[in-house]
Each structure stands twice: as structure tokens, then as C-alpha cells.
Design a protein around this ligand. Sequence first.
Ligand SMILES: Nc1ncnc2c1ncn2[C@@H]1O[C@H](COP(=O)(O)OP(=O)(O)OP(=O)(O)O)[C@@H](O)[C@H]1O
Length: 296
Amino acid sequence: MNAITFTDVSKTYGEVPAVDGLNLTMEAGRTVALLGPNGAGKSTTINMLLGLVRPGAGRVEIFGRTPDEAVAAGMVGAMLQDGALIPELTVRETVDFVRRLYPAPLPLTDVLEMAGLTGLAGRRAGALSGGQAQRVRFALAVAGAPGLLVLDEPTTAMDVESRRAFWESMRAYADEGRTVLFATHYLEEADAAADRVIVMTRGRVAADGTPAQIRAGAGGGSVSFALGGQSCAGLDALPGVSSVEIDAATVRLRTVDVDATVDALYRGTTLRVRDLRVRDAALEDAFLALTRHAED
Ligand SMILES: Nc1ncnc2c1ncn2[C@@H]1O[C@H](COP(=O)(O)OP(=O)(O)OP(=O)(O)O)[C@@H](O)[C@H]1O
């Protein structure tokens, strides 16, 4: 059974179509990143998934149930952008209070450990830094051991080290066969943490695939090397090459097939290739290409 199904889902605010005819299925056990520029419809999608916003049209299902049923059954944990904490309660009290609301929660010590909060368990929530408060929100999201974990820009306000630790915790949680959906602006996070990336623009899916597939959609990559005084004639005819740029004595070939281009460069030319550099298209290139197209 799919963990998540959106069928012809739309949501309009006034004149603004926040989500526009969304059709999406997500298999259980996957970690999926929802990527998109501001206003693309990510939060609206997540809020509909959690039953916080009702779709104007269409149907949303979680493990075959309505969002309300799935949430009530403790199948969903969520970390939203502005989840308030009660300042007077300690971290331990906060996490324990929430985990007891679920039918089959994780042990308290496990939750604190997983979220990196063991050393902060006695601290009042009101005295936490922004990044520490985010860790508590993560702990609250996983406390009930939900099969689906939904995270809306979870690493906002975290420094680099907290971010790294956060994704490690998230991966440990996902490795138990659970499904994770997270929205992010950070392309490197989608690249590193997700096995599927859904790029949204203007309430629609602009691209959907593994990070490698999305990168490939951006046009492969580039091959550059020091040309010295040699001629660049014929380079544009090598397999895969879509353009040839020359900057000082370096030539850069944009290619849809890096392997074929490099192979032909060595076998099919008499050039002396020095200082060869190969670069895959970054997810960022793909993202910019996709979202730029949508803004046209
Ligand atoms: N409660 C609301 N009332 C009116 N318009 C809204 C509301 N919520 C969202 N919108 C509009 O719907 C569109 C989609 O917004 P949404 O917050 O879902 O995008 P997002 O991809 O999450 O953006 P961000 O990355 O900035 O969080 C935007 O144009 C936004 O202004």
C-alpha cells in the first residue's frame, strides 16, 4: 500500500491556486524531498496531508485512510515551521507528555537520544536556542513512532553541525522502514537525504525522480581541460557535447553524456588533454532550470 496518495488535489486561496491538480503517490519506506521556490505550494501540500487544510477538490490518503483518521490513529508525526513549545515545561516533560498521547510510543530515553536532547532533558523549553527548540520539535514528531514523518523545512535555524546531526537522526528513523516527507529550500539536503525529489512550482509537480535523475534532466554535466595552444576545432562534434566555451586557455564542454564525451576526447582526438575536470550537473542547476522555466 502507498504511504501517501494525492488524487487531483487543488487548493485555491482567493484567486491564488496554491496547489493545482496534484497527483502523487509515495511508496512506504521512502524518504522524499519536496523542493520548490517560495510560494510553490509545499506548505499547503503538507498542511492538506496533515488534515490542517481541507483541499478545495480531490482526495488525500495516508496508508489508505483520510488524514484525520491517520493522525488520530497515531500514524503520522509532524514537525512544522512554527510549532509552539510550552516555555515552563522541561524538555523531558514536553517530550514525555506528547509521547504518552500515542498508542505505541518510543521509550523516552530513545527519543531524547535520537534527537540529541539527552544533555538538555532538564532544561526549560523557554531557555532553548532556536536550533535546540527545533530538535525538541523533531523529538515530538517521532515520539509516537509514526509510520509517516512529515517535516516542513526542519533545519531552519540550525547551524551546520546541528543540521548534520539532524539528518543523521532522521536517517536512523527512516532506516526502520518508515516513510519521511520533508520540504526544504536546501538543495544539498534534498540531494543527501532523499531517495526521491519532487520539485514543485506554482502548485504543480515540475519534476519527480531520484536526485540523480533530476540532475540528469539538467543536461548531464561538463568536461573541462587545459587546451594550451591547441585548436578546439571539432570539439563541438564529440558525442554528447551541447556547447563549447573557451576561457583563457581552458575549454569547457557542456555535455549530456559525460562518459561518452570523455571517452571520445581520449580515443577520437589527437589532443593532449591536461588538467581534466569532470563535473556532474548539480541539483541546483536542474532546480534553477526547472523553476526558471516555470516563471516564464
Ligand atoms: N492562508 C493563506 N491565505 C492566503 N494565501 C495563502 C495562504 N497560504 C498560502 N497562500 C498562498 O498560496 C501559495 C502557496 O503557498 P505555500 O505556503 O504553500 O508555498 P510554499 O512552497 O510552502 O512557500 P515557502 O517556501 O515560502 O514556505 C502562495 O502564493 C501563498 O501566498
